[in-house]
Design a binder for this molecule. Structure first.
Ligand code: AHR
Length: 508
């Protein structure tokens, strides 16, 4: 018989709001993310606006993308923004030494990125160059983008066709400063963040939210060094501090960095190891939040997980520097587990950015390099099914019965994961059954309100390895889920093996 999990949801007890920015995205000049993915150029046969692919934009608009991080990643610390403005023919080319050693013609630059954000309805999140740039270069970029009136950078922007300043809130002070962003020590970077942060000015009423390049995985010392600096300088509570948030990067890799595992060919053991690695983000968010609490108990400084997702070996025959990988139902469950954990950390986690949106790592969209055909991945569907959590109040889910667990090597994996939120009179519950073979039933006892209509959707397939291709674009796609029964205030949801389900309940 199926496992039964009993949970209590007090729909009238609202927790911290789930910042919509935890559904953020990331687009780097890497492989075919920008060129061929987002951008095909004005002369392409693919329908475009100013070179930006309209089919990609249309698909992504359905996700309500709140913000888009750009231009890197590691690329950010070798990007010189002035090379990417002005007439395209006059823009100097460069070599993208980090990603594939290919030539970058700089045809996609600041104006193109801001146009993309406008088409998507997303806020820009710009990562500035600390590793190989200068303070002046970064300061000028902020002025170019956000200053009104008259100034050298404003005149340059206007000469390039943009009268009005843009609004830019999210500003990254470098990327992975402990690695590709300059191989700095935490102390070294803390000093750089202070310096760069100082000269990234607020122009007019544009208020920057400066995000210091944070830790890798469980490097709590890095987080502590940056938090201590704010505390020592009495800045943790001042809006004009050098940085208002710290980032964190964590990738789900069940293998080693040398052999990460294949995106589509994996056995059950590797599937479960992947889920254990995905669930590990809970320990990391808890650990970094605890360190931050020691210096900022009022939770004024934000935690930004600006790179997360699965990282597999590249698809056979593709450029190893392009990080192109397929995406299966397993990836979708990695995403759904992350979101449950993000929702539980709503008090400190202000933003998260999946790496990356198109054609790179755990993408939403894969485009065929020859035909241009576009495929929506299983991960795309999790973002779409979960979008109702954006800016909703988180709800605690209290478990009356234990969640089933499974031993995976030395670890215990909870095979049912769930989270809930409330916006107005709608409660959205997300449920994942990670068991590769067995079904589960979850009985939700909704207290503190009456239960009205219920709408449920399911994402699953015959096997965790199932994925979408141009020939089978809907092998993994959401459909209506009928195995939900309502008895008074109890909602019972059937979860087949390896499935993701959302249940939206009208409450009064
Ligand atoms: O997302 C791919 C790369 O992973 C990014 O460029 C870098 O920041 C990280 O190491």
């Amino acid at each position: 018989s199926d496992t039964v999990v009993s949970a209590v949801l007090n729909v009238d007890v609202k927790g911290p709001v789930i910042n919509r920015h935890v559904y953020g995205h990331f687009a780097e000049h890497l492989g075919r993310c920008i060129y061929g993915g987002f951008y095909v150029g004005e002369d392409s046969d693919v329908p475009n606006e100013g070179g930006i692919r309209l089919d990609v934009v249309e698909a992504l608009r359905a996700l309500n993308i709140p913000n888009l991080r750009w231009p890197g990643g590691c690329f950010a610390d070798e990007y010189h923004w002035m090379d990417g403005i002005g007439p395209k023919k006059q823009r100097p080319a460069m070599v993208n030494t980090h990603w594939g050693n290919v030539e970058e013609n700089n045809h996609f630059g600041t104006h193109e990125f801001m146009a993309l954000c406008e088409l998507l309805g997303a806020e820009p999140y710009i990562s500035g160059n600390v590793g190989s740039g200068t303070v002046k270069e970064m300061s000028d970029w902020v002025e170019y983008l956000t200053r009104d009136g008259d100034s050298p950078m404003v005149r340059l922007r206007k000469a390039n066709g943009r009268e009005e300043p843009w609004r830019v809130r999210f500003w990254g002070l470098g990327n992975e400063a402990w690695g590709c962003g300059g191989h700095m020590s935490a102390q070294q970077y803390a000093a750089e963040a202070r310096r760069y942060g100082t000269y990234c000015r607020d122009h007019g009423d544009n208020r920057l939210y400066r995000i210091a390049a944070g830790a890798n995985s469980d490097d709590y010392t890095w987080t502590e060094t940056l938090m201590k600096q704010l505390g020592d300088l009495g800045c943790a509570y001042r809006p004009q501090a050098f940085y208002q948030a710290l980032s964190l990067h964590y990738y789900t890799i069940p293998g080693t960095w040398q052999d990460k595992g294949d995106a589509t060919v994996f056995d059950t053991d590797e599937y479960y190891r992947t889920m254990v690695k995905a669930a590990h983000i809970d320990e990391l968010l808890t650990g970094h939040s605890n360190v931050m609490d020691c210096y900022d108990p009022g939770k004024n400084v934000g935690l930004v997980l600006d790179e997360w997702g699965t990282w597999w070996n590249v698809e056979p025959g593709t450029n190893p520097g392009f990080l192109y990988q397929q995406n299966t139902l397993r990836d979708a469950l990695v995403a759904s587990v992350h979101f449950d954990i993000f929702h539980r950390h709503a008090d400190r986690l202000v933003m998260a950015n999946i790496a990356q949106t198109v054609n790179v790592l755990q993408a939403m969209i894969l485009t065929d390099p020859d035909s241009g055909a576009l495929v929506l991945t299983p991960t795309y569907h999790v973002f779409e099914m979960n979008k109702g959590h954006q800016d909703a109040a988180s709800l605690r889910v209290d478990l009356l019965s234990g969640v089933p667990t499974r031993e995976v090597g030395p670890d215990a994996l909870a095979t049912v994961s769930l989270s809930a939120s409330r916006k107005d009179d709608k409660v959205l519950v997300s449920l994942s059954n990670l068991d590769a073979a067995g079904a589960a039933d979850v009985e939700l006892d909704l207290r503190g309100g009456s239960v009205g209509g219920v709408v449920s959707r399911i994402l699953t397939a015959g096997a965790p390895q199932t994925h979408n291709t141009p020939d089978a674009p809907a092998a993994v796609a959401p459909r209506s889920h009928e195995q939900v029964t309502v008895t008074g205030t109890r909602v019972r949801v059937h979860l087949p093996a390896h499935s993701f389900v959302t249940v939206q309940v009208d409450v009064a």
